[in-house]
Design a protein. Sequence first.
Length: 274
Amino acid sequence: MQVSPHVYVMHIDDGAAFHPGGSNNYFVGDPREAMVLIDTGDQHREWTHSLLQYYKQLGQPRISTILLTHSHHDHIGGLDRIYEVMPAPVRCHPKLVAKLQTMVETDAVVALQPDELVTTGGGVALQALFTPGHEVDHVSYYLGEEHVLFTGDCILGGSSTTVRDLGSYMQSLTLLTQYPHETICPGHGPVVPPPRGAELVRWYIEHRLEREQQVLAALSKGLGTIEDITRDVYPADLPAGLRRGAEQNVATHLEKLVQEGRLDETPARYRLRT
Ligand SMILES: [Zn+2]
């Protein structure tokens, strides 16, 4: 499916519970000239097969660069087999280089610089925006010409995402708001077109700030364990399968508040600093 003049998406329903709405890999550029591939999917045969099928449909364009958003297996797992078909330079966050060098030729993997422009066919360029938080080595990409943001797992199309470091995650979201965009092309879930695409990053920021207020309210009631705070903040009928994720989310909020010096932490217990 074509998203905008130079953006094509390969969508697959991978059936993973963590990301409802399937997953996406993107080809960016001009199929008659050259294109960039963003992410290589999981190691699953079916996923790699779909990607190669779509590549054929595009007329097997020259791939000028393979860009990776981050180190999770559902983004880099297919790399070695994809690389056999599209032997292009592999570009990623500096912290991901060593891992990828075990999957393809060592010389093929080159670290991105923050804000670096990666050019391709059709005279377009993708800008690498370092956006840690979901993972330390996460990079988003910006196609300024068409106001499109490729957000990897920083922003998803159909749900909120998991976060390892909420402090840096919030900074990353703020960074994304500085790049005028109308369309969000996420790693998972549907592509979010205008007008909602322009609002989504802001919505993510507000959603997290609201959750932080709820965690602070629970703390001010004297609740001090992750379990108690989660029970207070989330609905009582939260399905058991989602409770662990909810607790992890509360834990990341507490870690952020500790880092900001707003909480005292004693082993397994948190209370508001007076
Ligand atoms: Zn993912």
